[in-house]
Design a protein around this ligand. Sequence first.
Ligand SMILES: Cc1ncc(COP(=O)(O)O)c(C=O)c1O
Length: 307
Amino acid sequence: MNRVGGVGAIGNTPVVRLERLVDDDCAEVWVKLEAANPTGSYKDRMALAMIEAAEADGRLQPGQTVVEYTGGSTGSSLAFVCAVKGYPLRIVSSDAFAPEKIRTMLAFGAEVELIHSPEGITPKLIPAMMERAAQIAGEIGAFATDQFNNTDMVDGYRGLGEELIAQLPGDIDAFCAYVGTAGCFLGTTRALRKARPTLRRVAVEPGESAVLSGGAPATQHIEGGGIGRRPPQLDPSDFDEVIAVPEADAFAMARKAALAEGVFSGPSTGANLVAARQLAGRLGPGHRVVTVQVDSGLKYLAGSLYT
Ligand SMILES: Cc1ncc(COP(=O)(O)O)c(C=O)c1O
């Protein structure tokens, strides 16, 4: 596979153990530092997987336009991959998401259309974005990556799980991750379970819109998930537990992790760390919990998180 320039640098990210945020009477907590990917997010893995699989089976033709709806992380990664590979990219996003992500997509040459939603991620927002992207695809004959329904994007995260198995010899007792499309959660847990069949798979969601826990959909502000319904590729049999994290706790933990551990990230990583600490407290010494730093805190400097 010819992976030009930065595209060849996706994956093989470091993993670190939290030393200060986790007490001695808890399990170990390890964090995969996905901000080390070229656009600063684990979404680089799935963008590459979606494009390469479509190239391989002819769904995507040379020079064809690609279209996607996105909160901005997938869009940033797709814009980066499409720029290098020579595919024009049309993006449908919203002003509910970090402006840094919109600017990144533009920097990589994508055409970006925004749906106005200043109140945050409402239950109506993602369906509206999906509808507009499908409309564009129909109008111009673009290839719709359609991340929520794309199975290649889940496979794009298998490498993350395989890397963890190589990096952390011995047991991994639990893995937790904030769920949007559930791509990272599914791809990683499937790979981990091959080597660690008893792994506890814990989905993380916003406390304010805890639909996987049986709650009602509502507006919330942890970007990247909490879309107000169970994502289509996530079956209830795919997870063993759900931890709902209030957004104030997720934001506070992101700030704390930056200062105490040098893990500089966004709110969804904050939610992952809150859930991982909860699990570590419950499992106790001699066990190991793994989670992910989804992306870099640099993507959130314009918002309220670090001000
Ligand atoms: C910032 C952020 N966190 C978490 C997620 C959730 O990842 P996934 O879609 O793989 O479930 C996303 C996905 O868009 C994201 O952008």
